[in-house]
Design a binder for this molecule. Structure first.
Ligand code: DC
Length: 222
């Protein structure tokens, strides 16, 4: 499926990647790959099976048996059952960050992500979309925002969902997750050399979407 256009959006959690990516995909009529959801589902499945999150070979061997599918919106199905809500907790995010540090787990999820590429195009959101999974993507974006701003956004999201949240605990968790995702040996979080780096701290979601669409029109003529 190489030749099918891809826009990659990488960056730390809370930078707005997911919201921006979904809106972009909708505007272009393209599919959206939420690669973080794959790591989150894998972590949940491992927890459900009573596996130790440090046991990389057990987790990697579990992956081929997992039937993962994306539904509409942010619906995620595991074995045909909706697990979207369970995936969005901070606990699932932290567990995902732990399993994602294992090279064999990343290798086991690589082909699934590449097979997701389909016409007329995809927007792929994650940490290593532009560097490892789709190095040939036509448009690569690295989206960042300050830790404080990301904690504020996460807090707002959680409160809106009626969940409990504490902004300083969120800030600490975000900084800890950033450190693990950036410092790991396997596919660490970093901007591709050819990525457009956008700091969204003072930008609205709409401004980020328009900026990337302009880039896509310029490069991909879409
Ligand atoms: O984007 P997210 O918060 O849903 O991702 C959850 C964790 O999964 C994140 O902390 C690191 C990991 N991840 C990754 O290592 N590579 C990706 N492409 C996407 C997510």
């Amino acid at each position: 499926m190489s030749g099918v256009p891809v826009i990659t959006i990488d960056g730390p959690g809370g930078s707005g990647k997911g919201t921006v990516g979904r809106q972009l995909a909708q505007r272009l009529g393209w599919a959206f790959l939420d690669s973080g959801a794959l790591y989150r589902v894998t972590a949940l499945a491992a927890i459900d099976q009573g596996l130790d999150l440090a046991d990389q070979s057990a987790i990697a061997s579990l992956i081929p048996s997992l039937d993962i599918a994306f539904g509409s919106g942010d619906s995620v199905l595991l074995g045909g059952e909706e697990v979207g809500d369970r995936l969005r907790t901070e606990q699932a995010g932290n567990a995902a960050s732990k399993v994602a540090a294992h090279p064999t787990v990343r290798a086991a999820l690589l082909q699934w992500q590449r097979d997701f590429r389909r016409p007329p195009g995809i927007v792929a959101d994650g940490r290593d979309m532009g560097t490892v999974v789709f190095p040939d993507a036509g448009v690569k974006v690295f989206l960042t925002a300050s830790v404080e701003e990301r904690a504020r956004r996460r807090y707002k999201q959680l409160i809106e969902k009626g969940l409990d949240a504490n902004i300083s605990a969120l800030s600490d968790e975000i900084a800890e997750r950033d450190a693990r995702d950036t410092q790991r040996a396997a596919a660490p979080l970093r901007a591709a050399a050819d990525a457009l780096v956008l700091d969204s701290t003072a930008m609205s979601i709409d401004e980020v979407v328009e900026r990337i669409l302009a880039e896509a029109e310029r490069i991909l003529r879409c």
